[in-house]
Design a protein around this ligand. Structure first.
Ligand code: GMT
Length: 397
């Protein structure tokens, strides 16, 4: 199949999922065309069957605000037309699903493109609910040929928040390459930051308010009352300076290390004893899954889809949002009970393999694409390309 993938290229879960999906599809022989404004950060090397189309943003003095939604729609039309896309899969509804709708309208007389929208999180739970976006998000969801969400929680939220009645939403959870994300020789991090054998708490995110990263500092403060420990924070974003300030105010700055954005996450995660995810809202929690796959138990909030990933009392613990004392108790419990920690670590790894391995979940996306193509009036039944409105479609069996 020829598949277009649209995503945010920056440090964030939806871009990671979209890029890993594209790479996995390409390795199965599909032609994958990424359409976005910058190279997705996980597309850092050459991959067969992967192409990248950059959205150009014209500078014009009259436009006080950038018109990305429109520039993206035009680029979509180009790629659909000249790369003969079968499927256009957009990740994160705003504004990608709207651009895709526009592109489909523009090209529909010559080409029957199928639009798949994957909902990831705050497009539904936060920013999508703003009056400036809500009607557009609802419309784009209803007009997509297929919609997927990354958790059951997000599916329910979408149906209720947007009052959607007649649309099936397939739940396809986030996935992980467990051969890449596995317990491994760590990268020397423990030696450098915990030389006295201190335990390591870790958190990875883009430090937006929704992640409540200051709660990781509060948890560490409590944990330090009973266990020598260090907190390693990976990533960057708006709440970093507040977390730095809080760690100084609480007198524990020497136990907190901010490493900024990093690559080589599997090795970094392998150095952790416990992963923290104290989010206010989390539709899935890909970073928790990455930690679990590396054999690191997770202590998190019970918000959103996290309990679909972290099994309380088996692969980690969940607590109420903001209950840092309870989360600290859970952390201490894991850090002071070697047998339990080992059991949780093994169960975490096993759950990643059994439930979320890429090889298990990729076929769900492929089946969805095939289902849509089978519905297409232009899809031939004999594997031979058919002209439609003077336009020849590629058909790959
Ligand atoms: O929804 C967001 O805030 C953006 C998105 C991203 O690009 O980081 O994150 C969401 O998508 C991830 C991948 O599906 C999920 O694992 C995250 O839980 C989700 N974030 C939130 O719901 C806050």
């Amino acid at each position: 199949m020829n598949i277009g993938i649209v995503c945010y290229p920056t440090y964030g879960g939806s871009g990671v999922v979209a890029t890993e999906l594209g790479k996995a599809l390409a390795s199965e022989g599909h032609q994958v065309h990424f359409i976005t404004y910058a190279m997705p950060f996980r597309l850092d090397s050459f991959h067969n069957n992967v192409f990248y189309h950059e959205v150009e943003m014209p500078n014009y003095p009259l436009f006080e605000f950038q018109l990305y939604t429109l520039a993206l729609a035009s680029k979509m039309v180009d790629v659909i037309r000249y790369e003969k896309l079968d499927i256009l899969h957009v990740h994160y509804a705003i504004p990608h699903a709207t651009s895709a709708y526009l592109a489909k309208q523009i090209i529909q007389k010559e080409h029957d493109i199928k639009i798949v929208t994957t909902l990831h999180g705050t497009d539904i739970t936060l920013i999508g609910l703003e009056p400036s976006f809500l009607p557009l998000v609802k419309f784009a969801i209803e007009e997509s040929d297929a919609v997927t969400s990354v958790s059951r929680f997000l599916r329910e939220k979408t149906l209720t928040n947007f009052n959607i009645k007649n649309k099936d939403i397939d739940v396809i959870p986030n996935f992980i390459d467990t051969d890449l994300y596995k317990p491994s020789q760590e990268c020397g991090l423990r030696e450098q930051y915990a030389p006295q054998g201190e335990k390591i708490l870790m958190h990875v995110s883009n430090f937006r308010p929704v992640k409540r990263i200051t709660d990781t500092v509060r948890i560490l403060k409590e944990v330090l009352k009973s266990v020598p420990a260090k907190l390693i924070l990976i990533g960057d974003g708006p709440d970093r300076s507040e977390a730095e300030r809080l760690s100084r105010e609480l007198g524990i700055a020497e136990h907190v290390r901010f490493l900024g954005k990093q690559t080589g996450l599997p090795q970094i995660l392998s150095a952790a004893d416990v992963f923290l995810l104290p989010s206010q809202s989390e539709s899935f929690g890909l970073s928790a899954l990455e930690a679990m796959s590396c054999g690191v138990p997770v202590v998190a909030t019970s918000s959103g889809g996290i309990p679909e990933v972290v099994v309380h009392g088996e692969t980690g613990y969940v607590a109420e949002i903001g209950d840092t004392d309870r989360m600290a108790k859970y952390v201490v419990d894991l850090l002071t009970n070697t047998k339990k920690h080992k059991r949780f670590s093994e169960a975490s790894r096993q759950r990643a393999i059994d439930e979320f391995e890429t090889k298990l979940l990729l076929p769900h996306y492929i089946a969805l694409y095939e289902r849509l193509m089978a519905k297409s009036p232009s899809t031939p039944t004999n594997g031979v390309a058919t002209p439609q409105n003077g336009y020849v479609l590629d058909f790959v069996v």
